[in-house]
Design a protein around this ligand. Structure first.
Ligand SMILES: C[S@@+](CC[C@H](N)C(=O)[O-])C[C@H]1O[C@@H](n2cnc3c(N)ncnc32)[C@H](O)[C@@H]1O
Length: 244
């Protein structure tokens, strides 16, 4: 493996980002599913599952130059905003602390603060990621926030402070640990009355939405948020739960 490429996010090994995006995204998703299957079948230990996912995702993100692609989002910047800004609708009140779980290069931390400001919200962003390669990239990109970017596995991470809004993906842990992940965030990561919001997903007929996924885990989402794409009309959707 070409180690310097992992370290230099500006290095793009493909001549055109378009084919690389679809190839990389499809490949990383497929590989992560295969890694989860190997863990479920007992062929790899849990620590190995996290290590293999980190290698796969981080290699994929660091192949790109655009900051949203280094945070796993294909498309252009308008697409990125449509895909993520709806998270802010889950904020309880006119401001507070925001933790991005799986903060990658920190781009969502930056954008959440900027988008919030445009809405009159005062957001103080923080991030945690399992990948030391990505947390070090985030710290290099955001030197004024180095002490707000943590390396850790969310399933066991004990935060130095509570947060008002936490954005997370359920797929950061194997299927059998997703209920525990949600309970951990509600109990140990959020401030009282704070909210957990899931990473928004494109609405697809017949595919479980984030709200469905929370219900399947035995939780009752207190809010569902949707955003329509400004040009093609597609829907992004997510759901939130409040800490007691
Ligand atoms: C899809 S990106 C999310 C980017 C951004 N947070 C967002 O919502 O758009 C997933 C990130 O989660 C990180 N990650 C995966 N498993 C994790 C875990 N168990 N704990 C913390 N971070 C994890 C990956 O390293 C990767 O940077």
């Amino acid at each position: 493996m070409d180690t310097p490429r992992k370290w230099l996010p500006t290095g793009k090994p493909w001549s055109s980002s378009k084919p690389a995006t679809s190839w990389r995204a499809a490949s990383a998703t497929w590989t992560c599913d295969a890694i989860d299957a190997a863990f479920a079948e007992g062929r790899i230990a849990e620590e190995e599952r996290y290590a293999q996912v980190e290698e796969e995702l981080t290699d994929a993100y660091l192949a790109y130059r655009e900051p949203w692609r280094q945070s796993a989002k294909a498309g252009d910047e308008a697409e990125w905003r449509w895909a993520r800004e709806l998270i802010l609708d889950a904020l309880p009140g006119a401001g507070g602390t925001f933790l991005d779980v799986g903060c990658a290069n920190g781009y969502l931390m930056e954008c959440a603060q900027r988008w919030g400001r445009e809405r009159g919200l005062r957001l103080e962003p923080y991030g945690v990621d399992i990948s030391w390669r990505l947390t070090s990239l985030a710290r290099r990109r955001l030197p004024h926030w180095t002490d707000r970017i943590y390396e850790g596995n969310i399933v066991s991470w004990i935060p130095p402070r509570p947060f008002d809004l936490v954005n997370t993906g359920l797929d950061y842990v194997p299927p059998g640990r997703r209920r525990e992940l949600v309970q951990h965030i509600l109990r140990d990561v959020l401030a009282p009355g704070g909210r957990l919001v899931l990473r928004p997903e494109r609405y697809r007929e017949g595919v479980p939405t984030p709200a469905d996924q929370l219900e399947e885990l035995g939780f009752d989402p207190q809010g569902v948020i949707e955003a329509r794409h400004p040009t093609n009309g597609e829907i992004r959707t997510t759901a939130w739960l409040a800490a007691p």
